[in-house]
Design a protein around this ligand. Structure first.
Ligand SMILES: [Zn+2]
Length: 594
């Protein structure tokens, strides 16, 4: 693989990093025998088929057939290149990836995404310094302190200030040799409409850096301090920042949310900070979009399927709207969410200041699930007159259709029919009509779905590769009998060769092999074979090898027979006699009619 990171650095990272820890940042894993199991982050599923093997440092999903090692996991989960993945993992284990040894040409190769994150980080440092510098940032600092923020929060969340200048960041970055072209790509400066030159996107605003799970800065949210519009200005979409896939505060909330099995989703930056101030660290915010399927996957990665997600709103209306918009994505992501509406128009900030965290938790305890909340809200809005009931049913039918669990759906319908005093069958009729219109589609798997349905010989070849990965002690035997030479599947043959070259007995050889295989389908296959529970004993291994040899001999015989028939047809007496001799020799060895 062409990259600029020294091999021994990669080895150090491999030695330090544990795939279970890395995956656990995204997926709630449970120990199951030799493996860890969890819900796949690459496709939507209800029963865990995502398997992690700590011994081999490999993951594999039996649902969507995605597999690999720590690096491929981070690459696919974060959508980054190999060097980016290496750096992200290295950072977590405090290993320095020597960038200074790079040649100018290698520096060029540093992937675009990583460069964008670094530029954002440089901008963050600049904005931070501006905030802390009394000449520039006094007003902003007063504003933040006035909103109840503490120095600890301001530093912890690395808040900053963009001064009221057109070229503050631009000049700073020019000093650092960052080109305007790259600043445009990062969304930090804008080309002037007329003439040449650029100007800063963020001016006279308090800035909130937005980070991903790997603690990389991917964008910014900027808020004015007065009444100017827009009140909030965010980074535009860039290769590293997509608001549909980001949650503000996730880099800080991930661990506490995992520990608590609970995460709060609030509406804004200040809400996240206020929650943090009151010890509710397990809080994230969406960035001005409705919750997307990607968000649901992120949330599920934080708390697991059985975890609790609370969507926090400052009014019934906001809660109703969000519940109606989000019920389908949560249902399709198989994740439950509760709607927490704070009393009398309070947002988390004002609520916590007035009532404190205990009351907040009490309100959370009373929060309803999405469907009960939608039903409740519809009844409150429309009442139980005849017309009201008709409206209630038509308002909740979409949500009911979205419910994936048929038992849950039946119970909701029963409850609705009781509360409205109308027949269940009438509600069902209405819903059938709706679901007919929708023709809902099952959520599609995100990963590349390569399904192997191997023929018999191919299956044996796979088993032999699995054996080489699981029982390295068998490798000399396999090599000695020349078995891999007979492989029909050339990719498997290549993989077998790599395993042999890598040497027997290496604990993490599967994880290494994964790095060497270029074809993603075969990479996934190696991971699959490595995590598959091949619990054979020595005799079981021997049996498979014997079967494979028999198949090869059968193939040889069939081949020979074909050649004999061909020679007969062509009247090639010489060839025919040679072939018949071979056949006799084989029969003499007892290889025929086994
Ligand atoms: Zn999967």
């Amino acid at each position: 693989m062409a990259h600029s990171i020294p091999d021994d650095t990669i080895r150090r990272i491999k030695n330090a990093a544990n795939i279970v820890d890395i995956v656990s940042e995204h997926v709630v894993l449970k120990k199951a025998g030799r493996n860890h199991l969890g819900l796949c982050p690459f496709h939507v599923e209800k029963t865990p088929s995502f398997t992690v093997n700590a011994e081999k440092q490999i993951f594999y999903c039996f649902g969507c057939h995605t597999g690999g090692n720590i690096f491929s996991f981070v690459m696919q989960k974060e959508g980054v290149s190999f060097p980016d993945a290496v750096r992200a993992i290295a950072g977590r284990y405090g290993i320095d990836v020597p960038a200074r040894h790079l040649t100018a040409a290698q520096k060029e190769q540093l992937s675009d995404n990583e460069r964008l994150c670094r530029i954002n980080e440089e901008a963050m440092r600049y904005y931070q310094r501006m905030l802390l510098d009394a000449r520039h940032g006094q007003k902003a600092m007063n504003y933040l302190l006035g909103r109840g923020m503490t120095r600890e929060v301001i530093e912890g969340y690395q808040l900053g200030f963009a001064p009221a200048r057109w070229d503050g960041l631009l000049r700073h970055c020019q000093d650092k040799k960052i080109s305007a072209e790259w600043l445009v790509k990062a969304g930090l400066v804008i080309p002037r409409k007329e003439g040449n030159g650029h100007y800063d996107r963020f001016r006279d605003r308090v800035l909130f850096p937005i980070a991903n799970l790997s603690q990389q800065v991917i964008g910014f949210g900027g808020r004015v301090m007065g009444d100017d519009l827009p009140k909030y200005l965010n980074s535009p979409e860039t290769p590293v920042y997509n608001k549909r896939r980001c949650l503000y505060g996730i880099h800080k909330a991930n661990r506490p949310a995992r520990a608590a099995g609970r995460v709060y989703v609030v509406e804004g930056y200040f809400d996240v900070l206020a929650m943090h101030l009151h010890g509710l660290d397990n809080t994230v915010a969406t960035l001005g979009t409705a919750l997307t399927p990607d968000h649901v996957q992120l949330l599920k990665g934080m708390v697991g399927q059985a975890g609790q997600v609370y969507l926090v709103f400052d009014s019934d209306q906001a809660g109703i709207k969000a519940a109606q918009r989000s019920v389908t994505v949560f249902e399709q992501g198989f994740l439950d969410a509760r709607i927490l509406v704070l009393k009398s128009g309070h947002d988390p900030d004002t609520f916590l200041r007035e009532f404190g965290p205990d009351d907040f938790l009490k309100s959370a305890d009373k929060a309803l699930g999405m469907i009960p909340f939608i039903i409740d809200a519809a009844i409150t809005t429309h009442g139980l007159t005849l017309q009201g009931k008709v409206k209630v049913v038509s308002e909740v039918q979409d949500a009911l259709v979205a419910v994936q669990d048929s038992v849950a759906r039946t119970l909701y319908i029963k409850e609705l029919s009781e509360r409205l005093q109308i027949d269940e069958s009438a509600i069902l009729d209405k819903m059938r009509h709706v679901s007919g219109q929708h023709q809902r589609q099952a959520p599609s798997a995100a990963g590349p779905a390569v399904v192997f349905a191997p023929a018999d010989g191919r299956r044996l070849e796979q088993q032999i590769v699995a054996m080489m990965l699981c029982y390295p002690l068998m490798i000399p035997e396999i090599v000695g009998r020349n078995l891999t030479e007979c492989f029909e599947d050339l990719n498997l043959k290549e993989i077998a060769k790599m395993i042999v070259e890598r040497g027997a007995g290496e604990q993490e050889s599967a994880a290494d092999i994964v790095s060497l295989v270029d074809d993603p389908a075969y990479r996934n296959l190696v991971a699959q074979l490595a995590v598959s529970d091949c619990h054979w004993d020595r005799q079981g291994c021997e049996r498979i090898l014997a079967q494979f040899e028999m198949r090869n001999q059968r193939r040889g015989r069939e081949d020979l027979q074909r050649q004999i028939e061909e020679a007969e047809k062509n009247n090639d007496i010489d060839l025919l006699s040679r072939l018949l001799k071979t056949k006799q020799r084989q029969a003499g060895k007892g290889l025929i009619n086994l």
